[in-house]
Each structure stands twice: as C-alpha cells, then as structure tokens.
Design a protein around this ligand. Structure first.
Ligand SMILES: O=C(O)CCC(=O)C(=O)O
Length: 265
C-alpha cells in the first residue's frame, strides 16, 4: 500500500479558494502514485486562524467536500481530506475530518474530540466530537484522530479496540513543539502496534510557524518517511500485514490490564 501525505503550506497570502484548488490538483497528481492520500488539519483557514473559523465554516457537504470528492474520484484514491471548520445544522462549529472512497463517496466524518487552546481559540470556538471513527479500506482499517488528540493515548486505545490498524492524524502542529509531534507519533505507533500517518502543514499563519515534518511510522516505531519543514508531498510504501505480524510476534497488547483502580478513591 502506498500513502501520500500532502503537507500543504498554509500562508495568509493565499485565499481559501486558491488553496482549495491547489489541494485538489495535488490530490489529482497522486493518481497511480498512492492508494491513500492524506491532507492536514484545517488547511483551508489554518488551524490557528481562529478569527476565520466562523466566516470560513461550511456544512459537511460544502465547497471543500465538493472539491475533495471530485479530486478523490478523478485520482481514484482513498482520500483523507484533512479537516474543515464545520458549521453544523444547529449552528455550532466543529473541527471535522472527511474521508472519501475512490469513487468520491463520503466514507466517514470525524469531529475532533480534544479541542486545543485551553481557555481560548478552538477550545472555546468549537464543539467537541464524542465518537470514535474507524474506516475499513481493502487491507487495513483506519483510525481517525486530529492534531491535539495525539496527546491522548486513551483515544488511540479506543480506536485499536475498534479494529484500527493504521492511525491517521491530520494536524496543524506548531514548530515550537515539533519534538513532541515526532515523539508522540512514534509513541502512538509503538504502544498500539499500528502504522501512524501524521500529516502536518507547512508555512506560517496567524503568526504561528508550522512544524511540517509529516511522518509515517511503522508498528515497530521505525520512521518510514519524514518530511522537512516546507511544502512537500511525502510518499511511503507500507505493508499493512506488518500490524498483525508485530502483534503476534511481540504480543504486548494482550498484556493490558484494564480497569485499574486509583488507591484511596
Ligand atoms: O498539542 C499541541 O502542541 C498542538 C495542538 C494543536 O496545534 C491543535 O490541536 O490544533
């Protein structure tokens, strides 16, 4: 299986419409190159462009959906189109990832569960998702997570319990904490004995330089491919059978002890 991670640059001097066209054409260029294509988090606005979330928000079946569904079917690829600022029918905003089949049908939508910003930004502007989402592809099952979710191992354990073998993490991770990004991507791969495809953005928006360094990690924690800081399409080949092989040869997941109690409570 081949995956291409499109580490698109999100800079303030490019309009949302222009970036959407550019993303669609980058997806189309993956025809015959990749089976699965991944875009990052909130690449239309930028993950830190909080003041634009409201004006750029779109329904699930909005302009990004239309452009990405067409790009997926033109290229004949599975497409994790990263996330969009979603305006739900009740008016609330969510950070919602969209996955398309090679025919351009929506296979899944995932609303980011852990919102970033503590008492500001996304954490106050957007609602929290509450559902774990997996997507069955030929040969593997994707488990969906978004950016800050990477810091919460229990979410990934939930995805693994639901059958995920390839963990896909679109992000808009800042350069300031790049070492956490790489470390956590490898940790999630090792502890869950799963592939991790983590796709970040390049560029600088809202004054926040982005880390780039999209990364593909195998179930043993080895880095199969890693991007630099600038815009780049990172392609890696991997064998999904490695998940079952690793879990069989080093069956640490079977030694989990569930329901441990905190003393004194
Ligand atoms: O956890 C981090 O350091 C970055 C998270 C983030 O930027 C996000 O979730 O948008």
């Amino acid at each position: 299986m081949r995956a291409s991670l499109i580490q698109i640059a999100v800079n303030a001097d490019e309009s949302v419409e222009a970036r959407r066209r550019r993303a669609a054409s980058l997806v189309r260029e993956q025809a015959g190159v990749a089976d699965l294509v991944v875009l990052p988090e909130l690449w239309t606005t930028g993950a830190f462009a909080f003041e634009e979330f409201g004006s750029a928000a779109e329904p699930v079946e909005g302009p990004t959906y239309e452009a990405m569904a067409k790009a997926a079917s033109d290229a004949g690829v599975w497409l994790h189109a990263g996330s969009v600022p979603e305006r739900a029918p009740d008016g609330r905003l969510y950070n919602t990832s969209l996955v398309f089949t090679p025919s351009g049908d929506l296979a899944a939508a995932y609303r980011k569960i852990h919102r970033f910003g503590f008492d500001k930004g996304e954490a106050v502007l957007m609602g929290a998702g509450s559902e774990l989402v997996t997507v069955r592809l030929p040969g593997t099952a994707l488990g969906l997570a978004t950016c800050y979710d990477l810091r919460f191992p229990e979410l990934f354990r939930g995805l693994v319990d639901a059958g995920a073998e390839t963990l896909v993490v679109p992000a808009g991770w800042p350069e300031r904490r790049r070492s956490h990004w790489t470390l956590l991507a490898q940790a999630r791969a090792v502890e869950n004995q799963a592939f991790v495809l983590a796709c970040g953005t390049a560029g600088t928006h809202a004054g926040v330089p982005q880390a780039g360094h999209s990364i593909v990690v195998d179930p043993w924690g080895e880095v199969l491919a890693e991007a630099g800081a600038d815009e780049e399409v990172l392609t890696a080949e991997f064998d999904p059978v490695e998940v079952a092989r690793t879990r069989e040869q080093f069956p640490a997941l079977k030694d989990r002890v569930l329901g441990l109690e905190t003393p004194g409570r």
